[in-house]
Design a binder for this molecule. Sequence first.
Ligand SMILES: [Zn+2]
Length: 459
Amino acid sequence: MVDAALTANIRREVSKLQADIDALQTNDVRLSAEKLQHQLEKLNDQLGSLSTLAPQRSTEQDGEKLQDGNNQQNAQHVRPKVKEMSAEVVDSNPYSRLMALQRMGIVKDYQRIREKTIAVVGIGGVGSVAAEMLTRCGIGRLLLYDYDKVELANMNRLFFRPKQAGMTKTEAAAQTLRGINPDVAIESFTMNITTLQGFDAFKASISDGDGTSRVDLVLSCVDNYEARMTINQVCLEMEQTWMESGVSEDAVSGHIQVVIPGETACFACVPPLVVASGIDERTLKREGVCAASLPTTMGIIAGLLVQNTLKYLLNFGQVTRYLGYSSLTDFFPTMDIKPNPGCSNRLCPKLQAAFQRRYNSEEAVAARSAAAAAAADADAESATHEDNDWGIQVVSDAGPAAASGTGTAGQQSGLAQGLQYSLPVASMDLRDLQREAVEDSTEDVDDLMSQLQALNAQK
Ligand SMILES: [Zn+2]
């Protein structure tokens, strides 16, 4: 379907541009550098206005019902932005079901999600779905990072459509996400963060003017070891909490992991954990090797990742530090991974020491006991609450993980059942670890030693 007015508009712009180029070529007076610069800027502006004609077209057609069923992209109706999230129960309210979480007593103030900024690195099978979920949840701002293009080979996964093949993943994702929820501010960064330049650009993009982080959380949805190490480095430098995610090469298992610099293991502290398979991640992207992928596993891992993100951002439930998933046995091991005092990243032990100081400070100890007392009071109160229309029950904080014995928050001396490191641990030199760890707490070394011994015993 060709829009006559649009065609005329484009023709007019193109002929203006052509006339200016002609004038530049036939100009027999040598142009000064300054004039040339001016001419170039003018041409650039003209090109810019030409390229904005295409988006204008879809805006003009918003609200019109296109007869062409294949043209779904242009047919998407972009609703007006809403000023405040409303809990009003009407069909036209995009947030009524989310705000109902407050009425159900799950979340205290759901609207705080609009103040949150999330960086999603890697817009593939997991990242694109995670970005869509966050968009539908009404996140305030999303930063999207990828250098790849959409390919037809991606169509076994969710989110992207065949007609987006050839577009950059960031561009295609931004287009779709803006259509889904115009309230979300979307910034897309088409870059490879593992290059030197990419590293700096990535770090700058999540920094505020004063060098502190402007994001609440970084989600790693990348598919290779180098990109994870890059995210780890940037997040250690920025003291930025991030969540790692991964799906195995055979497409049937995956995991998510929370990394809080200094508090939990960073990505360099211990070899990455995988569920029930020992594939070396660095072999994943070999030339000619095609890893398998399933939309189901990717969707499940994206769901687990965003669920943990929501709990972390809106402060409800228990934020799980490590959660694995094996689809063949429907097995979900959880565990905590303590930071390694002998971590190969030099920043990490410094942050560990700083965390220990904060954690053991008088204020922190007092705050924890006050919180525990308040929680105990709340428990006692809810137990005697008579007005319980919804029949809501309070269940044990320990959750099902404790019941099944697959590892809980307290488990650190070994890996939870069914988990193993994805890289061989033989290369870790125990004496080096001990030497480097001497100045730190000896308790951590003991833990680490028993961890390694437990591992060696398994072999
Ligand atoms: Zn570390």
